[in-house]
Write a protein that binds this ligand. Structure first.
Ligand SMILES: Cc1ncc(COP(=O)(O)O)c(C=O)c1O
Length: 468
């Protein structure tokens, strides 16, 4: 097709003709077409027709400072003028990346030693898997390679990270997961605990199951355990009380590394700098991305702890160069964005703000929606939350995810002028507003959700999915 013909198409048709969208049904896209966004300011996004939407999910849990941050735009522009690119292989470096690595390590748990920069959460998690394998090869235990992840975990989509992810749609038809990745039970007290079991008892139970699984696999074959502090895309699953303390005892007993995926929880979303701070997790390796640069420029990091670093360092003279790195690792413009973002976060006390408005958000969500006959669970910490409608509250019994009632509810929220996230494999709706959200904006988010929920309730009663 020639260029003239293409340019005569509407944007919608050009998109249909040329774009391959991630996590999109090709068939549905062909009929429904794209939702084209034009601009953003603060926590509001505007589409190409001028319609405005409150973005209650900060893009994909990442635009923490909202849109249109002049300081960040200026820092990026200045860096583009100065040094727009260089790689960091063979000891080459640049000032913004050096300063960002130093700064992130000062914010992170004490034992974190080095930052390996990447471009996405997925590639950082692939780096982490390779690091774990490399580490055990150096230690002369090539059989210690299995990585434990959890059902419905989200760690990305590349071959390694997609294997760690515990979602059937990321595995099916892609020949994933690869060998040596095992998924254990997600720590979901609401859905998985026995009737009457306390959170602490359930956490103990999960640790015992983990111990048994490691014993069954052979501890000499199990290398690492990876976890999001709060599972994000897989349902905003908040771990039961004591979970990470119990789990870490088991991991230490079997010399299994703790990998913590802070891609969503990191940089303030839970009202502390990292999820590790909230739950007392002691990571050996940490993954960061998203909030690091607020989505202005892609950037991720693998934070490598002393324990792993010491082994890499001590073997280096013998092994030679570390044979891994990306063209865009430690990109100076991304690093300049990261530095500017952290400047704003510190100057505006964003983490303290989240602790305050996050507590309000959680309390309001529970107060407004838990009494509703359709809402089984409201969960979350800080500015990360999910509200889950259920078919029967007393059992509880979920709606069949095949009915796709969650995406329908998200669509009604869109009609109410708000973007939310229908979470995978359930009817739960996820919220992760930009961290700058105010209490008045939280009230507005809750009012829009209540309006959408009322419309959804009518629809599902009319269609016979719920008795009312
Ligand atoms: C916890 C977590 N880890 C990793 C990823 C993957 O990041 P990316 O999409 O940048 O590859 C995501 C993305 O949502 C995530 O939520």
């Amino acid at each position: 097709m020639d260029d003239n013909h293409r340019s005569n198409l509407s944007l919608e048709d050009m998109d249909r003709q040329s774009m391959f969208h991630g996590y999109t049904s090709i068939a549905q896209h062909e009929t429904d077409g794209p939702f084209i966004l034009d601009k953003g300011k603060g926590i509001v996004i505007t589409d190409q027709h001028g319609e405005e939407y409150v973005d209650a999910v900060a893009g994909l849990w990442c635009v923490n400072l909202g849109w249109g941050r002049r300081e960040v735009i200026d820092a990026i522009t200045a860096q583009l003028e100065k040094l727009s690119y260089y790689h960091n292989f063979t000891s080459i470096s640049n000032e913004p990346a050096i300063r960002l690595a130093d700064r992130v390590l000062r914010l992170a748990p004490l034992n974190m030693s080095k930052v390996f920069f990447g471009n996405s959460g997925s590639d950082a998690n692939d780096t982490n898997v390779k690091l774990v394998w490399y580490y055990n090869n150096i230690l002369g235990r090539p059989e210690k390679k299995k990585i434990l992840s959890r059902e419905l975990a989200y760690h990305g989509v590349t071959i390694g990270a997609g294997s760690l992810t515990g979602l059937p749609m990321v595995h099916k038809h892609f020949d994933l997961p690869i060998a040596n990745v095992i998924h254990v039970e997600k720590p979901d007290h609401y859905w998985n605990a026995a009737k009457g079991q306390s959170e602490a008892e359930y956490a103990k139970d999960l640790a015992e199951k983990l111990d048994a699984r490691i014993q069954a696999e052979g501890p000499e074959t199990v290398a690492a355990f990876i976890a999001e502090p709060i599972m994000g895309a897989g349902g905003v699953v908040v771990p039961p009380e004591g979970y990470f303390a119990e789990i870490q005892q088991v991991l230490k007993k079997h010399d299994v590394l703790m990998l913590v995926d802070e891609v969503i929880c990191g940089f303030g979303r839970l009202g502390e700098w990292f999820g590790c701070d909230v739950f007392g997790i002691e990571p050996d390796i940490m993954t960061v991305a998203k909030g690091l640069t607020n989505g202005y420029i892609p950037m991720s990091g693998s934070l490598v702890g002393d324990k792993v670093w010491d082994v890499l360092e001590s073997s280096s003279a013998e092994i030679g160069a570390f044979g891994h790195g990306f063209t865009y690792s430690a990109h100076p413009v991304a690093a300049a964005a990261g530095m500017a973002v952290l400047d704003v976060m510190e100057r505006e006390n964003i983490v303290e703000h989240v602790a305050d408005v996050g507590a309000y958000f959680q309390a309001q969500l529970r107060e407004k929606f838990l009494p509703h006959p359709l809402i089984g669970d409201v969960r979350g910490v800080g500015l990360m939350a999910a509200v889950e409608p259920v078919a029967d509250k007393s059992a509880p019994m979920a709606f069949d995810p095949g009915l796709k009632l969650g995406p329908r509810l998200a669509k009604l929220c869109l009609e109410e002028g708000m973007i939310v996230r229908a979470l995978f494999q359930s009817t739960a709706i996820g919220f992760s507003p930009p961290l700058i959200v105010t209490k008045a904006q939280i009230d507005d988010i809750i009012a829009r959700f209540a309006a959408a929920l009322a419309r959804w309730e009518k629809e599902i009663i009319a269609e016979g999915h719920w008795k009312g």
